[in-house]
Design a protein around this ligand. Structure first.
Ligand code: EPZ
Length: 429
């Protein structure tokens, strides 16, 4: 298993290209199941989760073609993926594959919408909370799918196709909204989604579905209306930049001090996080090339933040913000409202000398003068990267174990940090 060795104490100075968003690329790739034609996705990040989803799609009989680099492409340009689901040979997504990545459960919606049936394994446990799928199932039932659960699998049937309906989510859910969008696009009649998730990745999926011939209005608002169509076509679509990667590197710069241009980052995708980072003492300016983040001289100011669905502060940046606050001049309070068990990084940050008290869903962080390097490991992607942020500012050496978590969602993390002057190296083995 690879490890990452970091020697802290250097400022970050330079430029970091922002990759395509993992959490947009995954549902976009899954949307390819809705059409017999080829879906061409550009700016797809090179990540382990993208590779895993390719394997899941291949299992359904989908052709996935990755274009190689073309002359003139920059080393960080995202890849172009051509996906053709002209012939779906198997509508089952097995446990061995779905259990490795929860988002693969989302194949349920396009498979039942297009093929009239699907059998998809329940995803099982997760390091950040129970993460049920009841609302995804509710959405499909509202569109007329008959659903049984048997032997750990969800069996969905709609032999005569899905029909439009009212879907009123009692809780904002990104996966539920993706499911409803994909299913309703091929249902007969009109679907109205109330209390829809408003995340930029929802808008990206809706934009792509509209290019494929869907009739979706209101994506990005709480009420989305979909006029079903009988067939979708191929399309070409570029994945939007990763707002969580952008926010993560912005916090890394706020942590170490320095001056970095986050190339291609788009401020409107993470305004609440940028506001928080500014409040913490970093300077943020938006240029035509991206977002520039700097912090010089002044220390890190404490903040009080609660995670919320978009446009609020994202849960996927909570761990990174806690890491930043470990060195604040004062006490911060960070409350997690989306997932009930998303504080696994706290014990590991404590190994670096952080002072964090947990009370239910709130972490109270008393800033310390200096963190000190130590061996650490994490149980999920965002927790792992929070340890990297802390390590960049810690005195001495930190060894981050279980790097495969980072590889799921951060493209060439060590290269991007080294290019800005950090001492980071991957140790294979
Ligand atoms: C997506 O997960 C993201 N994953 C997560 O990113 C992100 O943390 C999350 O949205 C919230 O923004 C992808 O996009 C691949 P939800 P998702 O449905 O869709 C509850 C990362 O690190 N809920 O919006 O699974 C659920 O338990 C990952 O990249 C139900 O109760 O999240 C949670 O409390 C981690 N029943 C809340 O809703 C359901 O049927 C929001 O979850 C579905 C969800």
């Amino acid at each position: 298993m690879d490890r990452i060795r970091i020697v802290g104490g250097k400022q970050l100075i330079g430029s970091i290209p922002i990759s395509g968003a993992k959490n947009a690329a995954l549902p976009l790739m899954i949307a390819s199941l809705l059409t017999e034609d080829t879906l061409v996705l550009e700016n797809v990040p090179r990540l382990a989760d993208v590779g895993l989803l390719q394997r899941i799609l291949l299992n359904h009989g989908v052709d996935v073609m990755l274009s190689g680099k073309r002359p003139g492409d920059a080393p960080y340009d995202g890849q172009t993926v051509k996906i053709s689901a002209s012939n779906i040979v198997d509508t089952t997504a097995p446990y061995e594959l779905v259990s490795k990545m929860r988002a693969s459960f989302w194949v349920l919606a396009p498979l039942v919408a297009r093929m009239g049936q699907a059998k998809v394994s329940l995803p099982g446990g997760c390091a950040i909370g129970t993460r049920p799928v009841d609302l995804l199932i509710m959405a499909l039932r509202q569109l007329g799918a008959k659903i049984d659960i048997d032997g750990g699998y969800v069996l969905a049937y709609a032999p005569n196709g899905l029909r439009g309906g009212e879907i009123n989510f009692p809780k904002v859910t990104v996966g539920g909204t993706h499911t409803a969008l994909m299913a309703a696009s091929l249902a007969s009649g009109t679907t109205v989604i109330e209390n829809a998730a408003r995340e930029p990745e929802i808008v990206d999926l809706a934009d792509c579905l509209n290019k494929m011939g869907a009739k979706i209005t209101g994506a990005g608002a709480s009420r989305i209306v979909i006029e079903g169509v009988s067939k979708l076509n191929g399309a070409r679509h570029a994945v939007l930049p990763d707002r969580i990667e952008t926010g993560t590197y912005a916090m890394a710069v706020a942590m170490t001090g320095g001056d970095v241009l986050l190339e291609g980052g788009r401020a409107e995708l993470l305004q609440s996080a940028l506001d928080t980072i500014e409040q913490a003492g970093a300077k943020i300016s938006v240029t035509n090339k991206g977002i520039r983040v700097s912090r010089n001289g002044a220390g890190i100011a404490p903040v009080d933040v609660t995670t919320e669905p978009f446009p609020g502060f994202p849960t996927d940046l909570q761990a990174q913000l806690i890491a930043l606050m470990t060195c604040a001049k004062g006490t911060s309070r960070i409350t997690e409202t989306i997932f009930e068990n998303r504080f696994m990084h706290v014990q590991e940050l404590a190994r670096l000398g952080a002072q964090i008290a947990l009370d239910g869903q709130t972490a109270t962080i008393a800033g310390v003068e200096k963190l000190k390097g130590a061996p650490v490991m994490a149980t999920d992607l965002r927790a792992s990267v929070s340890l990297v942020i802390a390590a960049l500012a810690a005195e001495g050496e930190t060894m981050v174990n279980r790097v495969y978590h980072l590889d799921r969602g951060f493209e060439r993390l060590e290269d991007k940090l080294v290019a800005c002057g950090a001492t980071v190296e991957r140790i294979s083995g």
